[in-house]
Ligand binder design. Structure first.
Ligand code: COI
Length: 355
């Protein structure tokens, strides 16, 4: 893809590439050599640049550190069999970032700044895109307040940064989840639909309790009555019950508009699968588990793509889901998404960009 914006580049003098063990990648631990940076001041984005990945200098009074004006995105780049770099639905990440920005009183980011910064960063650090099956380059665009001011108000200045990390699989095996009916991830009128730091901070304590009780993650329920399933861990969640795929709608403002979620729904429609965007109540889930009618349950997100759920804890009881056949929907949809992302199967919805 052609790029047009002239972004000055300062290259690292000490690349970490040769010391990186690509056969042993822990999610989010290894960071590539460079980052793209832009600053928002006087009402506009300026000083676009690519520079070596390095610590930031922030004052202790930095507004984001105190009041959490901080949003992020996650997407991935893949290497195909010809060594070409492919990115998946980056335009959707750009527009969702601007939705998060609006909710958090942050400035919108022009598409050109997001896309050109991303493409030129990837061009420079393309050697960091792993080629092993299942591996990819996780891309983390984020924006945060930079005013040095601890009065509570929207910041006047911001920084937008993109850095990248080569990653392997997020989950190496199916996960166990506990239905959470005490703590809340998001509530109507809150920030659940925004990809903002505070949502993740609020999830840590309940997730830790679940982990102490022996479960990998939570199934979040709604904040008002805890009677409907909303999300799972940091992902959207889907169930296949009696042959029907069910996933929560995103019109309550409590659920992230997942790009993987949207892609799975599109593929399900392409394949004439029966799919309902509606709330699954905890009691309906319980009855279906008791009756052995839950064929599949899985999280959808950028980091894991599809996270298979093998065990659900509900009302003091563990339910083990049945072994899935090779042609189960969650296996087929994962294979299709991987195929599109690695460029081995057709991309009917123009989701990929080759760099
Ligand atoms: C995702 O799976 O898309 C996520 O947002 C997970 C990330 C917070 C590591």
């Amino acid at each position: 893809m052609k790029t047009s914006l002239a972004i000055p580049v300062t290259k690292t003098q000490s690349s970490r590439l040769s010391q990186t063990d690509f056969s042993n990648l822990v999610f989010g631990k290894t960071i590539s050599d460079h980052m793209f940076v832009a600053d928002f001041k006087n009402g506009e984005w300026s000083d676009l640049r690519i520079e070596p990945y390095a610590p930031l200098h922030l004052n202790p009074s930095n507004a984001a550190l105190h009041y959490g004006q901080s949003i992020f995105e996650g997407l991935k780049a893949y290497k195909n069999e010809n060594g070409e770099i492919i990115i998946f639905r980056a335009d959707a990440n750009w527009s969702r970032m601007n939705e998060s920005a609006e909710r958090m009183c942050m400035p919108s980011l022009p598409e050109e700044v997001f896309m050109e910064g991303l493409l030129q960063l990837l061009e420079l650090d393309k050697a960091w895109v792993p080629s092993a099956k299942g591996a990819s380059l996780y891309i983390r665009p984020f924006m945060f307040a930079t005013d040095d001011y601890i009065g509570v108000k929207p910041s006047d200045t911001y920084k937008f940064i993109i850095f990248t990390c080569p990653v392997g699989n997020y989950y190496s095996k199916p996960v166990s989840v506990k239905v959470e009916t005490k703590f809340t991830r998001a509530t109507e009128g809150g920030t659940g639909a925004a990809k903002t730091a505070g949502n993740y901070a609020a999830s840590l304590f309940p997730a830790l309790q679940a982990q102490k009780a022996g479960y990998d993650q939570l199934l979040w329920t709604d904040g008002k009555s805890h009677s409907n399933i909303e999300e799972s861990g940091t992902m959207n969640v889907m169930f296949k019950i009696n042959g029907k795929i069910i996933t929560a709608p995103t019109n309550t403002g409590t659920i992230l508009k997942g790009i993987t979620r949207n892609s799975v729904i599109q593929l399900a429609k392409d394949w004439d699968e029966s799919l309902e965007e509606r709330f699954l109540s905890v009691s309906e889930l319980k009855s279906a588990l008791e009756a052995g009618q839950v064929d599949e349950a899985f999280g959808t997100g950028t980091a894991a793509t599809i996270a298979h759920i093998y065990k659900i804890h509900l009302d003091g009881k563990d339910y083990i889901l049945p072994e899935k056949p090779a042609d189960a929907f969650s296996h087929r949809v994962l294979a299709a998404l991987d195929g599109i992302k690695y460029g081995t199967v057709a991309d009917p919805h123009d989701w990929i960009i080759k760099i």
